[in-house]
Design a protein around this ligand. Sequence first.
Ligand SMILES: [Zn+2]
Ligand SMILES: [Zn+2]
Length: 169
Amino acid sequence: MIEVKLFRADLERGLNKQLFEISSEYFVDQAVEFAEAKITCSLTSEKQWHGYRLTGEISIPFFETCDRCLVEFTDQHTTEFFILLTNDSELSGAEDDDVIWFSDAENTVDIGPVIRELVLVEEPFKTICSVDCNGICPYCGANRNQENCGCNVDTVVDNRWENLKQIIK
Ligand SMILES: [Zn+2]
Ligand SMILES: [Zn+2]
């Protein structure tokens, strides 16, 4: 079983930007790809009366294909998150916090499922390699970021009008 396990003893001492690796195996059932085999997240913990609050930062190297030019590229997303590990079943947490039940009887807690959801939410629906991506030429299929194929879309349209004008004459 894949998990991101935290030990109570470490939480008691407090985590300070400690790095954890999340295997991309976590996502084998999803249509999401990564440019690296591991995703790294850093965790800082803070002890509270009902448990621990985690502040994390995760950097996700999404492996994407540009919708405009079809080139594959790495779309690096960095996001901050908060997780509350609590023994208080009544607690719903602040709005931005994910809450995980962590009973006093347990010595370890798996935050893997929450991290997995965070990553899946980050995945972009639309992917463009760059805001100025010129896409593919509709006439010759060239990638217009890499070459100037010479097909001027306006010229082609103009020529059509020219032909039409000649027919009318
Ligand atoms: Zn592109
Ligand atoms: Zn072209």
